[in-house]
Design a protein around this ligand. Structure first.
Ligand code: ZN
Length: 120
């Protein structure tokens, strides 16, 4: 089944992950050991989306981390930063893994110009 990001991200606000809730007090690493992998993947997604936004590429497209039949999916994630918001949506075209992350402004993964600030 093919799904598409909704026109209005507020419509699916229940899917939105605020990455700050997963970070320790320094906001540079996971708040709990079991969040380490998730924070790493979200960081990749944020870096990819924000660097594309300011017009340069960090190279590798993040890949899907979901495991099916004990094998990593490995699909190239489709990543979209909703204009005018800090909602980054990701979706795997292979297994349908998707979600939305917010709260990344000014964090170490934010490649946008924090001086002028895309979202202030
Ligand atoms: Zn996948």
């Amino acid at each position: 089944m093919v799904t598409h990001p909704p026109a209005n991200p507020r419509d699916i606000s229940m899917w939105v992950i605020d990455i700050r809730h997963w970070l320790d007090e320094t906001l540079t690493g996971p708040g709990l050991p079991q969040l380490k992998f998730k924070v790493k993947k979200l960081g990749e997604i944020i870096t990819y989306a924000t660097s594309a936004e300011v017009g340069f590429s960090v190279g590798t497209q993040p890949v899907c981390w979901r495991r099916t039949n004990r094998k990593p999916c490995g699909g190239g994630l489709e990543i979209e930063l909703f204009p005018g918001t800090d909602h980054i949506h990701w979706q795997c075209p292979i297994c349908g893994n998707e979600g939305m992350v917010t709260g990344w402004g000014g964090l170490i993964w934010d490649m946008s110009d924090s001086e002028s600030g895309l979202f202030h």
